[in-house]
Design a protein around this ligand. Structure first.
Ligand code: ADP
Ligand code: MG
Length: 259
């Protein structure tokens, strides 16, 4: 078959940096905090469009710093971040079109649960009816219907986490970064929320970069796993590669206890 007639060639996207499916490209990313802490030490990784990428690693290894660098909340010390082939390293956060669910929720204290969820849609100028529809769908998905009129201060940590998730998911972002988003929930609720995240991943075609220190959760969710340790990327690959062919002693030990 000639190239012209091969359907695989005709559907090929124009070449971007790296593979044509690369959505997020991180190169030489380094963050030294003002007190001298080297939190992220010259890391490289790429995330393919449509993948569920999970970053795992022990507490303090630089996972949160990495996410905050991607979203633009931090001035990075060195390195570049590319989104769909465009360098965004110096772009302000609001121009990046990246959703983030923070480890500490950051809900608006003066707004109710449903107002927190609806807020971003209002900012985007989405009309009343659509706003209500999308907000109600997320209230239902996150099992928050009965809490819609509550204030954040009345909620448990796990409930706040679900509001934070709903507030980001309602915007149907193309890229969503999540920092230990299920950490305050019991196991049963975690499993239920994992299913909802995978549903969003499929239905909204959202690319996820998901941080956790829970290896078993990583295994259930990930297309790609990035293992971090002490500010560095130890290994990046599919679930099978990481579990069957760990390429450092650290990776082997870290994933070992769930084998
Ligand atoms: P993780 O999310 O994997 O637990 P972090 O990115 O929060 O790791 O932290 C990485 C390292 O940077 C740790 O040593 C942590 O103590 C340090 N760190 C985090 N935030 C700050 C800060 N604002 N100032 C100084 N050091 C920090
Ligand atoms: Mg963290």
């Amino acid at each position: 078959m000639s190239e012209m007639n091969d359907p695989r060639m005709q559907s090929e996207q124009p070449e971007q940096l790296g593979s044509s499916r690369t959505m997020l490209g991180v190169s030489g990313l380094t963050k030294i905090y003002p007190d001298g802490t080297l939190a992220v030490d010259d890391i490289d990784f790429a995330v393919e469009a449509g993948d569920f990428c999970v970053i795992i690693g022990p507490s303090g290894c630089g996972k949160s710093t990495t996410l905050h660098s991607l979203v633009g909340n931090l001035d990075v010390t060195a390195g570049t971040v590319n989104l769909n082939g465009v360098e965004i390293t110096d772009q302000p956060t609001h121009q990046r079109d990246i959703g983030l669910v923070f480890q500490d929720f950051q809900l608006f204290p003066h707004l109710s649960v449903s107002e927190n969820i609806e807020y971003g849609l209002e900012q985007l100028g989405i009309d009343d009816q659509k706003r209500r529809q999308r907000t109600e769908r997320l209230l239902e998905m996150m099992q928050l219907e009965n809490l819609a009129d509550r204030d954040p201060e009345e909620l448990s940590a796990g409930q706040k986490q679900r509001v934070a998730l709903a507030r980001s998911l309602v915007l149907e972002p193309k890229l969503l970064l999540l920092d230990e988003p299920l950490g305050d929930m019991d196991y049963k609720l975690q499993k239920r929320m994992e299913r909802e995240l995978l549903r969003v991943h499929r239905e909204f075609d959202t690319t996820f970069v998901y941080v956790t220190h829970d290896q078993t959760q990583a295994m259930r969710l990930a297309d790609q796993i990035i293992v971090m340790n002490d500010g560095q990327v130890e290994q990046s690959g599919s679930v099978e590669e990481i579990y069957n062919s760990p390429n450092t002693a650290f990776v082997s030990a870290f994933v070992g206890d769930s084998n």
